[in-house]
Structures are given as C-alpha cells and as structure tokens.
Design a protein around this ligand. Sequence first.
Ligand code: NDP
Ligand code: 2IT
Length: 452
Amino acid sequence: MANSQAVKKEVEEFMTGLHNRNPYEPEFHQAVQELVETVMPYYLDHQQYRRWRILERMTEPDRVIMFRVTWSDDDGEIRANKAWRVQFNNAIGPYKGGMRFHPSVTLSVLKFLGFEQCFKNALTGLPMGGAKGGSNFNPKGRSDVEIMRFCHSLMTELFRHIGESRDVPAGDIGVGAREIGYMFGQYKRLENNFVGVLTGKGLEFGGSLIRKEATGYGTVYFAQNMLNHIGDSVEGKDVVISGSGNVATYAVEKVLHYGGKPLTLSDSGGSIYDPDGIDEEKLEFIKDIKEVRRGRISEYTDKYSTAKYLEGKRPWGVKCDIALPCATQNELDLDAAKELVSNGVKLVAEGANMPSTLDAVHHFLGNNVLFGPAKAANAGGVACSGLEQSQNSLRISWSAEEVDQRLQDIMKGIHSKCVKFGEGGENVNYVQGANIAGFEKIAAAMTSYGVT
Ligand code: NDP
Ligand code: 2IT
C-alpha cells in the first residue's frame, strides 16, 4: 500500500499535468480531482493500470463534437448557439448521457459531466459508456415553437454522430419530455429509422414507465440503503431538498412514500421553506407550477401562506436530518456544509451532479456525515435509461412495477459496490467506494483492448 505522502505527490503531479493540458476548465478539474484523490492509492497498488497510463487516457475524452445551432425566433430574428457532444469513453458500452440546455453550459461543464457519467454508468452494472452534450441555449421564456425549431436544428447536426449502438443521448437540465420528443422526431425523419436512439421518450413512442421518476426515486432509494446499512431509515426524518425540476420533485415524492418530511425546494430565484412539510397535494401544485405552467417556485407561498419564500437564498440554513441537493453543480459550498453539520445533518445524498464543492465534501467526510456522491446516488436516472434501451431492443414494455423493482435492485447493487471499496473508517466512505468501483470496471475493459 502506497504511503500517504507518496499518494499526495502523485495526485499533485497528475493534477498539474491535467491543468496544463486543459486550461480554463475549472469544473472539469474539480471532477477529476475528486476522483483522483480517492483512486490514486488503488492505482499505485495496481501497477498494470499505471503502466498502461489508464488515468491519463481516462481523463481525455475519446472525442468532442462542437457545432453551431442556427434557428429563428418568433420575431424572425436569426439566432446562433454553441452546442457540443462530449463522447468521453465507450470502453464498456455505447456512449450514454444527457443533453443540457442552459446559458451556463460550457465545454468545461460538459467535460465534467461526461467524465462523471463514465463512472456512474459503470456502477449501474449496465453496458453503457459515458457522454454528455448540450448547448448554451436558454429555454426560459421561449415559446413551444421556438423550442421545437431549436431542437430540430440541433438534431440536424447531431444525428450523424449518434445511434442506438453508438451514442444514446437523454435529458438533463432544461431538457425534458418535450425536448426529447422534438429531437427524436427530427432524428427519425433524417434517418428514416425508428430505433431507441434517445431515452426519456414519451410513452407512446418507446419511452419507459418510471424513467421520469427514476433519478429522484433512485436518490432516495440510495439514501434509504445508506441508512439501512447503519440500522436506520428515512422514516420520520426532516429532509431539505434544493431544486424544483425533474429530480427534486420525484425525490420529494419518494421521501413522502418512505414517511419522511420534505421541508424545502428551490429554483434559481430562491427557496421555499414549509415548516408543516410539503405533502402530496402541495407537491401536485408544485408539479403544475414547474412542469405545466413553467412558473417560479415563489408562487408556492401565494397558495400556502405558512410557508416562507427565502428570496435569492439556497435552503441549507434550514435544520434537517437529511439534505438532498437536486439543482445544479456547486450549489452547496463549505459555508453551507458547516451550517448543515452544525444543525445536525446525518446524511447528504447528491441528486444533482457535483452539487457539493470539494471542500464541502471534505467537511462532510471529516464530520462523520454519511455522504452519497452523485455518481452513486443519482445513477437511477441513467440506469432506467438503460432499461428503456433494453425494452426498445426487445420491442416490449415492462410494467411500472417491474421497472421500479429493477431500479431498486440496481440502487442496492450500487450501494453494495460502494461498501465493498469504501469500508474501513467509522462510516463507509461512499466517495472512495464509488470512485474505485467505477474506475476498476472501466480500467479492466481498457486494459483488455491494449493500447487504444
Ligand atoms: P430540471 O431542468 O428539471 O430542473 C433544474 C432545477 O435546478 C430547476 O429548479 C432550476 O431552477 C434549478 N437550477 C438549474 N440551474 C440552476 C442554477 N444555476 N442555480 C440555481 N438553480 C438552478 O433539471 P433536472 O432536475 O433534470 O436536473 C437537476 C440536476 O440533476 C442536474 O445537476 C442534473 O445534471 C442532475 N441529474 C439529472 C438527471 C435526470 O435524469 N434528469 C439524472 C442524474 C442527474 P430554474 O428553473 O430557476 O432554472
Ligand atoms: O446525469 C445523468 O445521469 C443524466 N442526466 C441522465 C442520463 C441518461 O442517459 O439518462
């Protein structure tokens, strides 16, 4: 076993090289640092991987496709956006990962997401490589027809780079059932081929039951596994959740199924805090605001006057047992982590991708908080996408119960893999467990191929 000084030196040297090769990509640096810190001792103990330079190869995407998306808005103005598809690694299966439409999308953001996706997908046990794509297009305030024109134009370039055995995109921030429908429609038209080339499709054209619920449900299944492992459960726990999109709303739903009390939600404008708890009826109102009317979370307090709207604030100051960050990257920093810990938080599970900064992660781990990192905790979404691909290939549809049972089994399997590689301290170190388990599978496959 390599000593800690030697590990530290190797991490520093590796990260210096990565920074030099990839300047101005802070999110990508952060995601790699988090992985390399925990994987390096394992890497040094497995010299065959080091000899084959697996870490250097694994941190370089197979390819990045960058293109222009031109479209006309409702006033007839011509617009041009940037778009990318980062095909990171297909050692264990066809590229798989979502598309994000948000003005904050950059190559660095998509490289961090594509990189994390590789390990997440490996953890699911399904044959899926890692990719991510998206555009700096801002869907907010755009009409349905503008969204359609944008999606069609994007697919007019993307279609030549994807395929059911090549690369299978899905949704992410700003990309839900509506956008997937427009993109699938254009793909089908251009290729004259009806295949499962996207996941998250409508139920009428090859979508899977439970896909829309899967990321939020899966995050809570994972939290439940973590608590069960120490003889506890979600029942009776106060839960603080951020975001109010796909992941957050279905996390609330599963917390309610398990007898927990969701207290907060948020969006980019601020947070709502309901001391009485968000129940099923209130959740239906939120889904109507966000999914149907595409409104703001602040509207919640117009209807439920005992709730507070914390304008411009994230919800981490609210006392809780469990925190589920489900909005976006770096939404939970060191100050927020300190506040949560001093308020007695027991468990944090990441529904979003990389929502906690690296020093926040260190603070949780250093204070015996059970911490479920994104690549394990939110893998339910892509796992269910994998199940959608299986159903498409078999040309059958499974019932909601069957898909949900498979999802629960997959989340349990991911938990076991994390325990296998993360045991040793007072608590299971799920960051170490997830990183090493994911790394091992991809590294073994890459080694089998020789120098590729
Ligand atoms: P949605 O677009 O459905 O919802 C995103 C939510 O996060 C909205 O409430 C949005 O608020 C908020 N948000 C987005 N960007 C910011 C920001 N910069 N600051 C504050 N709030 C923000 O996306 P999803 O629910 O699908 O995705 C949420 C997270 O979960 C992302 O990190 C995504 O990568 C991750 N994820 C998603 C999966 C999926 O299957 N959809 C699978 C695994 C992970 P507003 O409306 O104001 O923008
Ligand atoms: O981050 C993610 O795992 C997703 N956005 C889902 C990807 C997918 O292919 O379903």
